[in-house]
Design a protein around this ligand. Structure first.
Ligand code: NAD
Ligand code: 2HG
Length: 399
């Protein structure tokens, strides 16, 4: 009788809806579950993972999106779990919504629509009421006005370039802009090196920075005091970048004009001249598919080969498939690690076919390919010896 050995499927836990186009990339060796039971990978969008107990067997987390402030990065690093994101995959979707709302708020479209919905035939013919009431909603064209873009990454650079095409003057601020993004950016964007100049010059300000300890509440009363009193501020990055009570006061006192945000909270909903949008920046079919495909591929590639692409806490390493066995080790970025690891391998009389080491800030990732396979008891011994090396965080044996 012929026996079929059924390989156990790997489990990927999904914490938010992930486009099926992305999940299809996992193939039949994987099962997708909302349950943490045995999960080796997690796919997540905006779910807040800070109080979330990480599954015991977890190998990696992939964020289908850009911002990773909902993930406990430090905890993941200390446990040797890479966190991936999908840079640029939703940038076009966000850019389109930023430009849409920039024009719509400038033309008082949101207020106008709300007013139109309140009209009643009891007060006379609707067309007559429209024509007599529309004068309250005379807006401004954006052509010839100045847009200040804070953060010139994947989204900010796209917004800046397209705003120029719409006839705006664009001022950009980003002290850490990457070389790739600097190449993307039109030379007509005027870069400034002090943010106050941007605040002073801009008729519209759009925020495209990550939320971190340096950017939290960066828009506060000290910032608002430099701005034009009719400035429109667009926040499609994160709510916490803006100081709530300072914002409320600035809007009440008409020190700023309007606040358009993709991140409404209890306070924002009651603020004068605030326009709440229910986090729709990345909610296009194309963007959801792009993010899901990129996140799934990166997660699967890491689980199966140890390759690292677009991780926020691991160094990038592109690896070709291995023939027999591969060891990946994640450790502190200290001297002599690779030689300690090769010594352990050679003690077991194993030939090494390839090895490499990459670092990122204070951590590093070493990969060693074996020229032959070894049985599971030797694998266990190698893993346990490597885990004893000073500075070692995690070890995986693949194959
Ligand atoms: N509304 C949405 O649905 C949505 C979608 C995607 C991204 N986002 C948010 O937008 C943010 C930006 O996304 P992205 O794809 O452009 O990311 P990105 O990493 O490509 O760009 C961020 C840019 O901000 C710059 N920066 C960092 N700190 C800064 C500071 N203090 N001052 C000025 N610039 C600074 C960086 O140098 C980088 O160029 C994300 O972190 C996320 O929070 C929101
Ligand atoms: O998943 C989403 O809908 C939003 C994602 C967005 O906030 C991001 O940071 O990429």
């Amino acid at each position: 009788m012929e026996m079929t050995v059924v390989e156990k499927q790997k489990t990927i836990q999904v914490l938010n809806p992930i486009s099926q186009k992305g999940l299809d990339y996992l193939g039949e060796d994987y099962q997708v579950s909302e349950d943490a039971q045995g999960a080796e990978g997690i796919l997540v969008r905006s779910y807040n993972m800070h109080q979330f107990p990480l599954p015991e067997n977890l190998k990696a987390i992939a964020r289908a999106g850009a911002g990773v402030n909902n993930i406990p990065i430090e905890e993941c690093t200390s446990k040797g779990i890479p966190v991936f994101n999908t840079p640029g995959a939703n940038a076009n979707a966000v850019k389109e919504l930023v430009l849409t709302t920039l024009i719509a708020s400038s033309r008082q479209l949101f207020d106008g629509i709300e007013w139109a919905k309140t009209l009643s035939p009891n007060n006379g013919p609707i067309p007559k009421q429209v024509e007599s009431g529309k004068k309250q909603f005379v807006g401004k064209e954006i052509r010839g006005k100045t847009l200040g873009v804070i953060g010139l990454g994947a989204i900010g650079a796209k917004v800046a370039n397209d705003a120029l095409e719409l006839g705006m003057n664009v001022v950009g601020f980003d002290p850490f802009v990457s070389v790739d993004m600097a190449w993307e950016l039109s030379r007509s964007v005027r870069r400034v090196y002090d943010i106050e100049t941007l605040y002073q010059d801009a008729d519209y300000i759009t925020l495209h920075v990550p939320l971190n300890d340096k950017t939290r509440t960066m828009l506060n009363k000290d910032a608002f005091q430099f701005m034009k009193s009719d400035v429109h501020i667009l926040n499609f990055s994160r709510g916490e970048l803006v100081h709530n009570s300072d914002l409320k006061e600035a809007l009440e006192m008409e020190n700023i004009g309007k606040y358009i945000t993709d991140f409404p909270n209890e306070d924002v909903l009651t603020m004068k001249n605030a326009i709440p949008i229910p986090h729709l920046g990345a909610s296009s079919q194309e963007s959801e598919e792009n993010c899901a495909i990129m996140a799934t591929q990166q997660l699967k590639d890491y689980i199966e080969t140890g390759s690292v692409k677009n991780s926020v806490n691991f160094p990038d390493v592109t690896l070709s498939p291995f023939r027999h066995m591969r060891i990946t080790a994640f450790h502190n970025n200290v001297p002599n690690m690779l030689s300690q690891l090769t010594q352990i391998v050679s003690k077991f009389g194993i030939n090494i076919s390839e090895m490499m080491n990459r670092n990122k800030e204070n951590v590093a990732y070493s990969v060693i390919d074996f020229e032959s396979s070894v049985d599971s008891s030797i694998q266990e011994q190698i893993e346990s010896e490597m885990m004893k090396v000073n500075g070692m965080i995690s070890v995986r044996i693949l194959g």
